[in-house]
Design a binder for this molecule. Structure first.
Ligand SMILES: NC(=O)c1ccc[n+]([C@@H]2O[C@H](COP(=O)([O-])OP(=O)(O)OC[C@H]3O[C@@H](n4cnc5c(N)ncnc54)[C@H](O)[C@@H]3O)[C@@H](O)[C@H]2O)c1
Length: 374
């Protein structure tokens, strides 16, 4: 099979992870690098040549040898994701969009519709949600789906990280509503919010408070707490902060009437199912697609952190080659973005909101205010 040609748009921090995952795939060639800052593209081209030992993409080689771009990967600031994805779809390319889908829900709805049309003409449009591909996440999702935990009753998600003022000052887009779309929940917590929704289903009501407590000159929250009621009746607590020095483990507890699991820093820290003599057997059943050894004992090296992106690329390329749907579609990312936005709207209004209202656009024209409207 001939390699698929890939263009990476946005060659900053996450662009490097994509370059590594794309090169590791083996069936993909990076042929085009695009960035508003040419220096960023030049630096990533050097990295691809010198560290990943692949031919560096050049404009000449892009035009001469790669007139066709099969996949456009969008790694720019969040508020530019949809506009660039629209251009890529219009050019007839498959598209990979970094998380979050965008910083703005109306734009996200627009790309969800466009993606549906693109899918019906055979294109693949996927949004990065690499933690859905972590072995621990796969096991918990399968256990929930298979009813191993009984009725899911509650969950607790916590992202207690630290981001310095220098981090926010390192890019003019960081910490802004327009381009970052939010703070600790939107940028850092969205992965965990996405997993929570993947495990627990459709939210019904959301009640939240946000604050900016340890940073200056950012518009968005560095601390947020929320409670969520799901359609199943399950209740969840979300806590996300970039103001927890020095930064601690991300955890997601899922509890049910017959079992519970805890994912901590992407690994399974606890798994128990009632009446199962040997949990590892149950785990083996639940984990039909992963190796249990990998779940508990994986070393936390650089390769480990790449697992999610690498597996998501395998999923996306498989979808392109077999003309099937990728595991993470734009619709999935739209729901997670709407849940993040519901947190912001509830915090702004100091009152609970219905998830369905947020998704349907009832608050599209209202301002989001950190700490709530005065
Ligand atoms: N999946 C993950 O775990 C993960 C991790 C980090 C960042 N991200 C996401 O990736 C995106 C980028 O984050 P980052 O940390 O790499 O940011 P960054 O600031 O390091 O890089 C963004 C790059 O985009 C370029 N850019 C800006 N406008 C552009 C345009 N119009 N066209 C082309 N390039 C443009 C900038 O010059 C910069 O080089 C964000 O949406 C972020 O949320 C995802």
């Amino acid at each position: 099979m001939t390699a698929l040609n890939v263009a990476i748009v946005g060659n900053g921090i996450i662009g490097y992870n994509h370059a590594k995952a794309i090169v590791a795939h083996g069936g993909l060639d990076i042929t085009v690098l695009i960035d508003a800052a040419p220096k960023a593209s030049a630096a990533l081209a050097d990295f691809i040549e010198n560290d990943l030992h692949r031919e560096r993409p050049t404009i000449a080689s892009s035009i001469a040898e790669a007139p066709r771009v099969d996949i456009v990967v969008i790694c720019t600031p969040s508020g530019l994701h949809v506009a660039l994805a629209e251009e890529a779809i219009a050019a007839g390319s498959n598209v990979v969009i970094e998380k979050p889908l965008d910083s703005n829900l109306p734009r996200a709805r627009r790309i969800a519709e466009l993606a549906l049309a693109a899918e019906s003409s055979g294109l693949v449009v996927s949004v990065i949600s690499q933690h859905r591909f972590d072995p621990a996440s796969v096991v918990v999702r399968e256990a929930v789906e298979g009813g191993l935990f009984g009725r899911i009753t509650s969950a607790v998600a916590s992202v207690p990280w630290w981001r310095s003022q220098e981090y926010y000052d390192s890019g003019t887009w960081r910490g802004t509503w327009e381009l970052d779309g939010g703070g600790a929940v939107m940028n850092q917590g969205v992965h965990t919010v996405d997993l929570l929704r993947w495990f627990l289903g459709t939210p019904v009501t959301v009640s939240a408070e946000t604050a900016c407590l340890a940073h200056d000159s950012i518009e968005v929250e560095d601390t947020a707490v929320a409670t969520i009621r799901f359609e199943s009746g399950a209740l969840a607590v979300v806590h996300a902060t970039t103001a927890a020095f020095p930064g601690m483990s991300v955890s997601l507890h899922v509890h049910g009437s017959r079992g519970s699991a805890i994912i901590q820093d992407d690994q399974l820290a606890y798994f128990h199912v009632a009446d199962a003599g040997d949990d590892s057997e149950v785990l083996n059943q639940a984990a039909s697609v992963v190796d249990p050894e990998e779940i508990f004992g994986a070393p936390k090296d650089e390769e480990w952190f790449m697992i999610g992106h690498r597996r998501q690329y395998e999923d996306i390329v498989h979808a392109i080659e077999t003309r099937s749907m990728p595991s993470v579609r734009v619709d999935d990312a739209l729901l997670s973005l709407a849940l993040v936005d519901a947190i912001y709207i509830s915090a702004t209004r100091h009152s609970p909101v219905l998830f369905a209202d947020v998704l349907a656009g009832k608050y599209d024209n209202s301002t989001r205010v950190t700490g709530g409207a005065l």
